[in-house]
Design a protein around this ligand. Sequence first.
Ligand SMILES: [Zn+2]
Length: 518
Amino acid sequence: MVKYFIYCRKSSEDEERQVLSIEAQLTELREYAKQQGLFIVREYYESKTAKEPGREVFNEMLGEIEKGVASGILAWNPDRLARNSIDGGKVIYFVDTQKIVALKFPTFWFEATPQGKFMLSVAFGQAKYYTDNLRENILRGIRQKIRRGELSAKAPIGYFNEPRLRTIEPDKKTFRKVKEGLEAFATGQFTLTGIQRKMFSLGLVGKTGKPLALASVEHILTNPFYYGHFEYRGEVHAGSHKPMISKKLFDQIQSALVANGKPRKKRGPKNFQFLGFATCGICGYAITAERHIKKSGLKFIYYRCTHKSKTISCTENRFLREEVLTEQVKNLCQKVSLPDEWREKYLARLESEQSESRHSSNLFAQNLRDSISAIKEKLERLTDAYLAEALELAEYQERKNVLMAEKKTMEERLSDFERKGNHWLELMRNWIIEANQALNLTKQENLSGMRDFLVSIGSNRRLAAGMLLAEFKNPWNFLAEMPAQAHAFGAGAVNSEANQIWWTYGESNPDLAHAMGA
Ligand SMILES: [Zn+2]
């Protein structure tokens, strides 16, 4: 009897308001399980969005399925299971390898046939298309707001978000107080903790009624928003809100900060995206990051060699701006990514490859099964001969042991093959999808995503003469070595390169050789 897990998911996103709550999903699914006589062994639910891979509960559930605790999933709709290609691919892969033998949805009919799997991947794909679109719409909205000079984020202290007009307006209660605090600090007579106390005495308090944290005070003192600009993604834009102070006063505050403020250094990966990401190309020692605040109040982050080596006197004295490094990271990601047309072309090809490979794998497996049953027959005849006293015990045992060993070898080969017979196709599929997603990362300017991606597919990232270099694992290196124009021209112009990658990937894979009966 197939054992099922129930899986429910609800995200807090607006677009999913129409989706049933977890409780409602659970009630519906329990009812459905009762009607259909499904044997439920556990219920899983989580409130994380499915558009990024790596939901904890989801992964835990797949882990349990891998262990064989259950082999079926009951969920409200395929879009509850996967909204990104990795999770979707995992589910389909589990179906392919029969770790999952049943998927039930009250709103969607699924059967583990090629057609059923195709329909399922279409359903997953639609869910992904939907999130991609949503993300694009949100970004478009933000860009429009920036163009109109409105900040899309939360108003800083002294201002409030006007909900009807969606603008940022001075807050009558705090505007004058913040202004007084800023003017006081500009005189140069306050330290950071001094101005913290001053602001408290003016009535500027944190959420709990305590003095503002030093980090918040520092943020107020360095926020260009107060003189009419605002920062979005490290870029300064002109705002449409009423400025609180002049740029001149802001500059005085910055000098006062340098003199008296001793602003605390912010640390951590959130502030320095590429800390620990690369080494120095000359001495091989770590690259460090530094923050500089210019007189304009703009913050810049630089990366440079730590010069820690005692044996090599490193000649690399270049400072690389974070923006420059980001651009290079982006270029590198683009170099190892696949355009959408390629993705489609490759996946289509993979599809036909898969059916061909299935055919030859079936033959291979069938041959093994035939050999195993032939050995079983021999064993039976051997036993008959022994029972008929045609054989001595010693001779019987000797012959039997040889056959048993042979049978064991065959059985192992078969189970090994059944486990990973078409593994390379899955690897290839994942690779295509990952390479295509890399392009999305660059389009979204997803810094941490690009960083993690490059770390996962290569090694020896180094900065030499202001250039970021890296080595890539197979098959990413093929993409990296491809001429740049091939990436730009798209599918038509690059057929031969595409073919080369395709075959090298397939042929360099030992599983393929195995599947072909080697
Ligand atoms: Zn160095």
